[in-house]
Ligand binder design. Structure first.
Ligand SMILES: [Zn+2]
Length: 89
């Protein structure tokens, strides 16, 4: 697993899911998820992390204190997708 650096929306020691930071947090994760579809050139999803097809309540809670991660396969597919793009041009 790889970590996207930085905290998303920490909210004190309890890291509860509330406030405008939560909206920004979800939006950031959605943008990364969708851009990764473009970079990979695939509509596939992963079983865990930021590339899951549907995030659970646990995922939403986790992303407030630690960004959801890419799996190693996600990263490999991003690199593969970029190589395909470079080869086309
Ligand atoms: Zn998706």
């Amino acid at each position: 697993m790889r970590v996207v650096s930085g905290e998303c929306a920490p909210n004190g020691a309890d890291h509860q899911w509330k406030g405008p930071g939560a909206v920004s947090c979800v939006l950031g994760h959605v943008i990364v998820h969708e851009v990764t579809h473009i970079l990979q050139g695939l509509m596939r999803h992963s079983e865990s992390g930021i590339r899951k097809a549907q995030w659970t309540g646990v995922d939403y809670q986790e992303m407030t204190w630690k960004p959801l991660q890419f799996t190693d396969e996600d990263v490999m597919l991003i690199h593969s997708g970029l190589r395909v793009r470079v080869a086309r041009y």
